[in-house]
Design a protein around this ligand. Structure first.
Ligand SMILES: *Cc1c(COP(=O)(O)O)cnc(C)c1O
Length: 395
């Protein structure tokens, strides 16, 4: 029995408020998963809400690499990279990432959250300004707020507003943006941002969590736009999405990486990821790099979904990526729609504030290379039925 302290009362009050606003959240229990088939709290369903874009998260070649490496090197790295935890599997993965991206060097981080926090913190000094898109991922925003620089947000994708703000800036400026916005699926205007950054001598930092492995025939958003590494000097990618494993990296010049090794606190003061995980990611990287059919299939599915949704009059948002949100607006309605879709056998997460701005709740549908055209058609049918039903009585 825990004592009912003033703290407990505060938390209970906040929880009740969340419940009343329809914003209460809890993790859903996944009992089994096999590709896109899942058993969720006793119900069989098709998963349309993972970030496993290439369908690699349960690929047998990657699991075998993990098991094999674990049998050789064990589970834990034993220490931080700078103490005794930096294994040759980490080193090899960093080299392979850098090679694929055509950049001199890459540095592993335990998670994308830590990479973003660590990079912004290390690079922004007192007197600098960190400019961030309002729709950036929480980890980039937190990195800006916790940095010693001044944090300033600009309207979503608004390069002109950013240009005007930069014109007024004294001191150095960093521009940090998601490449693919995680809850919207749209792309940042990277060519315009790169041009602006070059003209104003600002540092462009790009988080390509949803583009790496997917866009530009694999190497991500910078390749998609035909930009050079020099135009986007700080490139951050994650390994838990398209690559189907776990972790993150920053890629850039020798000097940048050397500097981050000295200064990024989320790199320095944390245990290095398990070396076997690096071995698994190397196997994933090989598949992601060489099997282009997964990306081609994914592009077909995205086109099929958008065509079908347009025909059915579904509230599509402006996205050409595998993130295909449907606009709902009201948080409670989004929840009801999510429940109705699950009833129909489709697991689609409703996204509500504070993850997205108030009044912009949506169904965040994600497509992966593991889906079939028939499964996408099935989802479209279920969406049409559920969205047509009067609010409060979907299905
Ligand atoms: C998922 C995500 C992250 C965080 O990556 P993790 O490895 O899951 O911590 C960072 N940025 C964006 C845009 C993301 O979508």
């Amino acid at each position: 029995m825990s004592r009912d302290t003033a703290w407990e009362q505060r938390w209970r009050g906040a929880l009740a408020e969340r419940q009343a606003q329809g914003l209460y959240r809890r993790p859903r229990l996944l009992e089994r998963r096999d590709g896109v088939h899942a058993r969720l709290e006793g119900r069989d369903c098709l998963v349309f809400c993972s970030n496993d874009y290439l369908g690699l998260a349960d690929h047998p070649v990657i699991s075998a690499a993990l098991a094999q490496a674990a049998s050789e090197v064990g589970t834990g790295s034993g220490a931080a990279h700078l103490i005794s935890g930096h294994h040759r599997e980490h080193e090899a993965l960093e080299a392979e990432l850098a090679d694929w991206l055509g950049r001199p060097r890459a540095l592993l981080f335990s998670t994308g959250y830590m990479a973003n926090m660590g990079v912004i913190n290390a690079l922004a000094e007192p007197g600098d300004t960190v400019y961030e898109d309002v729709l950036n991922h929480a980890s980039l925003l937190d990195g800006g707020w916790l940095s010693r620089g001044r944090m300033q947000r600009y309207a979503h994708g608004d390069v002109a507003a950013l240009d005007a703000a930069l014109a007024q800036t004294s001191g150095r400026a960093l521009i940090a943006t998601d490449a693919v916005f995680s809850m919207d699926g749209d792309l940042a205007p990277l060519p315009a941002l790169a041009e602006l950054a070059a003209r104003r001598e600002a540092l462009l930092v790009v988080d390509d969590a949803h583009g790496f492995g997917v866009l530009g025939n694999g190497p991500g958003s910078v390749a998609h736009f035909g930009l050079t590494p020099d135009q986007v000097p700080v490139y951050i990618g994650t390994l838990g999405k398209a690559l189907g494993t776990f972790g993150a990296f920053v890629a850039g010049s020798e000097t940048l990486i050397d500097y981050l090794i000295q200064r990024a606190r989320t790199y320095i003061y944390t245990t290095a990821p398990p070396p076997a995980l690096a071995a698994a990611t190397r196997a994933a990287l090989g598949l992601a790099r060489h099997d282009t059919w997964r990306r081609e299939h994914l592009v077909d599915l995205v086109a099929r979904f958008r065509d079908g949704a347009r025909r059915l009059g579904l509230p599509l948002m402006a996205s050409d990526t595998p993130i295909q949100p449907l606009w709902v607006g009201d948080a409670a309605r989004a929840m009801a729609l999510g429940a109705a879709l699950l009833e129909a056998g489709y697991w689609v997460t409703p996204i509500r504030p504070p993850t997205v701005p108030p009044g912009t709740a949506r169904l965040r549908i994600t497509l992966t290379a593991a889906h079939t055209p028939a499964q996408v058609e099935g989802l479209l049918g279920a969406l049409a039925r559920c969205l047509d039903a009067p609010a409060g009585a979907p299905g």
